[in-house]
Design a protein around this ligand. Structure first.
Ligand SMILES: NC(=O)c1ccc[n+]([C@@H]2O[C@H](COP(=O)([O-])OP(=O)(O)OC[C@H]3O[C@@H](n4cnc5c(N)ncnc54)[C@H](OP(=O)(O)O)[C@@H]3O)[C@@H](O)[C@H]2O)c1
Length: 340
């Protein structure tokens, strides 16, 4: 006895990972369907040792399906998520469309699992931005101990955060650097991404910050604590998968670096790798395909009264998107939704 599960966006980076993770974690599935756009009709995607042929989201009838994991971008979500929700299927959405809607819970199961229960208002649950998800997993146990006042974060975000087109652009541009006549001009990114870094993700706002930076502020407040001040600088780097973050935290109370390390070692979803020697820390390549949010370089910031610095790395397609969505489905199943 399990659930009837829909994966919308099954041909994309996040959708494929959602299918992998549902299978890996043996999510109780009675029936599963993979959906994408009409142009991908019949495209084969893997679900454990099975192969599914994708169907067209546009003509799909959600009646009788229990849970729909959406990873199709905001424009398509706007059309299809309300249809699914109205048909009685609970939508867990990866786009930013519903994240800031007060009637829709925004959930990271290690941080605010109880918020899942608010799904009943609209039959929709939002999944946070990839950079926010890993950051709040690391911040939550420290906040519980010493109350965070302010966070200053700089991100080093991989190109897979910009979808399939982002991965292709880094790959083709890098190859093109070595083959005269095959140079690839920037298209998905605003400047060359190969052998470069770009301090610009999503659109610019009137304040001068980018929407990606604003998302980290608004989402941390909604998920963790509205009193926490956050300032972010989000940067795209030529890494295929895995987002990294340099995080500076100011607490109300003093928190010793050794105690912080011990707290993080015990925290759900966190893996501490922190030896003060060459290689004694995590880099994004080592986080690929993993579930954990890794924390390294934990150290006192002696320039402020109660400060800590740390380095946080996670697989953006997993904890930053697909894994978190599946964990939300598991939480929903455990707390709210009857099987079968
Ligand atoms: N990548 C990340 O790190 C990350 C993290 C958090 C959240 N997200 C969010 O997750 C969503 C998907 O991201 P992604 O990286 O997986 O993108 P992607 O690799 O570009 O894949 C997009 C998927 O959406 C489908 N799709 C797009 N428009 C559609 C339409 N009108 N009708 C039906 N299907 C449609 C595509 O199907 P076709 O192949 O048929 O075009 C494809 O399966 C986005 O909202 C993104 O912001 C991504």
């Amino acid at each position: 006895m399990g659930y009837k599960v829909v994966v919308a966006g099954a041909t994309g980076n996040v959708g494929r990972e959602m299918l992998n993770i549902l299978a890996e974690r043996e999510f109780p599935v009675d029936e599963i369907v993979a959906l994408a756009s009409r142009k991908s009709l019949g495209t084969e995607v893997s679900f454990g040792d099975k192969t599914l042929k994708t169907k067209d989201l546009d003509t799909f009838d959600f009646t009788g399906w229990d849970i729909a994991l959406f990873a199709v971008g905001s424009d398509a979500t706007k059309i299809y998520a309300p249809k699914a929700a109205a048909a009685g299927c609970v939508v867990i959405d990866n786009s930013s469309l519903y994240r800031y809607d007060p009637e829709i819970p925004l959930v990271v199961p290690e941080v605010n699992p109880e918020a899942v229960e608010q799904y009943k208002k609209r039959n929709i649950i939002a999944n946070p931005n990839c950079s926010t998800a890993q950051m709040v997993v690391a911040l939550k146990p420290l906040h519980d101990r010493a109350k965070i006042k302010r966070v200053v974060v700089s991100t080093y975000q991989s190109v897979s955060g910009a979808g399939k087109a982002g991965i292709d652009e880094l790959w083709d541009q890098t190859k093109g650097m070595y083959v005269p006549g095959q140079e690839v001009a920037p298209k998905k990114f605003s400047k060359q991404i190969a052998f470069n870094v770009i301090p610009h993700i999503d659109v610019f706002l009137d304040s001068g910050e980018t929407k990606e930076e604003w998302k980290m502020v608004a989402e941390t407040k909604k998920i963790l604590d509205k009193s926490i001040k956050v300032t972010a600088t989000c940067v795209r780097v030529p890494v295929f998968v895995g987002h990294s973050e340099a995080i500076n935290i100011e607490f109300e109370e003093f928190l010793d670096e050794d105690e912080a390390r011990d707290i993080l070692r015990e925290a759900p979803g966190v893996m501490v790798v922190d030896k003060r020697e060459p290689g004694g820390y995590i880099t994004p390549i080592e986080a690929v395909g993993e579930y954990a949010t890794y924390v390294s370089r934990i150290r006192q910031d002696s320039t402020i009264e109660n400060g800590l610095n740390l380095w946080c790395v996670s697989d953006n397609l997993r904890k930053g998107a697909a894994l978190n969505a599946v964990q939300i489905a598991e939480t929903l199943g455990n707390r709210c939704l009857k099987k079968g």
